[in-house]
Write a protein that binds this ligand. Structure first.
Ligand SMILES: [Fe+2]
Length: 253
């Protein structure tokens, strides 16, 4: 087990900045190493960079119904009318998001999440939190690491979602991490382990405030992400926080 935990925790995230590349294989190799990659200064008024990078990584057809994921390119920005409905994942709220991996409830969650910043929050809030699950796992004892790898965790589908069936998964199995504390069911035996893992994730997390034009790629099978709250009512002449999101995944071999 200890040997498996070879990946080091995230460091200052600005170290993951990369120049543009046209090589999908070198991009995947970089993400295999670090879990995240950051591109700077890519025109966010165009979808071209998102679509090109997503396709270079494998495919942007991740095989999950739009009812769950939303459109291929999702515009993440505060919308009070939708946020209040509380029917689908909380894309449109401004509250704090604890660390989690995305779409953990489906059999094959997309491997990559691409986030392209059109406008940051004018107050400098809405900061991304990023945590390497391997690094969090490394601080657990052997018993806790065994619990993490047991198939005793179930992950709820979004409220009122007609798609899919809840199944049991391990938090870590077959080199994939699934974690969303707020919508997981687990046996009592795992309660203290989850609390410790949650704290460990928080301890190793790094903050990243995306600037306009920043494009962040996150390995959703390894890096948990969250977001600090922001105040959408703050008056400002600057445009409101707006992030474009695309999922991509590796092609089946
Ligand atoms: Fe998320």
């Amino acid at each position: 087990m200890r040997q498996m935990l070879r990946k080091s925790k995230l460091d200052d995230v600005s170290r993951y900045e990369k120049p543009w590349t046209d090589s999908g294989s070198s991009l995947v190799a970089d993400i295999d190493q670090t879990g995240i990659v950051l591109f700077k200064g890519l025109d966010p008024d165009s979808d071209d960079h998102l679509l090109r990078l997503g396709t270079m990584l494998g495919t942007i057809d991740v095989g999950i119904d739009e009812k769950l994921l939303g459109p291929t390119i999702m515009h993440l920005r505060y919308d009070p009318a939708i946020a209040r409905e509380n029917k689908l994942p909380a894309y449109f709220t401004s509250n704090f998001f604890p660390l989690h991996t995305d779409v953990s409830y489906v059999p094959n969650p997309p491997r990559f999440m691409l986030l392209h910043c059109v406008n940051p929050d004018p107050q400098g809030d809405g900061i991304y939190l990023l945590a390497d699950c391997y690094a969090a796992m490394a601080s657990l004892n052997d018993f806790e690491q065994t619990i993490i790898q047991k198939r005793v965790f179930s992950y709820s589908y979004p409220p009122n979602c007609p798609e899919g069936q809840i199944q049991n998964y391990a938090i870590f199995e077959r080199r994939m991490w699934r974690y969303k504390h707020s919508s997981m069911c687990f046996p009592n035996q795992a309660k203290s382990t989850l609390k410790r893992f949650n704290q460990a994730l928080s301890d190793v997390s790094q903050q990243l405030l995306l600037e306009r034009g920043d494009l962040l790629i996150v390995d959703n099978h390894r890096i948990a992400h969250g977001r600090t709250a922001f105040d959408p009512s703050a008056t400002s002449n600057s445009p409101v926080r707006h992030i474009k999101r695309l999922y991509a995944t590796t092609l089946k071999e």
